[in-house]
Design a protein. Structure first.
Length: 146
């Protein structure tokens, strides 16, 4: 098996984030956790993922502080996986991926992300400047910190 490159010590913050959440199984596990799944068997059934791969991805997500393994809420002998505050921070990333697919995916999406309070679709994520101007890639650059 080919060993993948580690980005853990990379200077680029995007590369470092990929170390923690950069494979599709990890993102889908996080998505399912947001949808309320907590147990190994729930993730396995939802994703159709092999047990060894699921075990490795859950371990990695726990090691990276995205999920936390806790005793089962019903007192059973199982462990459950819950999102940590760091895991909750992935939510805008998932929304951005979803919205990108809705716009450019080429097929109609059969679900819609709605605001629980109003039951209306959420607005498209926007990148705004400090003065609230809407920004796109042409309006930004990456420079060393002072």
């Amino acid at each position: 098996m080919v060993k993948r490159t580690s980005f853990e010590k990379a200077e680029c913050p995007i590369a470092r984030s990929l170390e923690a959440i950069g494979d599709w199984w990890s993102l889908l596990i996080i998505r399912d956790a947001f949808l309320g799944k907590r147990r190994f068997s729930e993730f396995e059934k939802s994703l159709g993922i092999a047990k060894n791969i699921l075990t490795a991805r859950l371990r990695s997500l726990v090691d990276h502080g995205i999920l936390q393994s806790v005793p089962a809420s019903d007192g059973a002998a199982h462990m459950e996986y819950v999102l940590t505050p760091k895991g909750h921070g992935v939510f805008p990333v998932l929304v951005a991926l979803r919205q990108w697919t809705e716009e450019f995916g080429g097929r109609k999406v059969s679900t819609v992300l709605v605001d629980r309070k109003s039951d209306r679709p959420v607005r498209k994520l926007e990148l705004r400047a400090q003065d609230k101007r809407l920004l796109d890639y042409r309006d930004t650059l990456v420079r060393p910190r002072a």
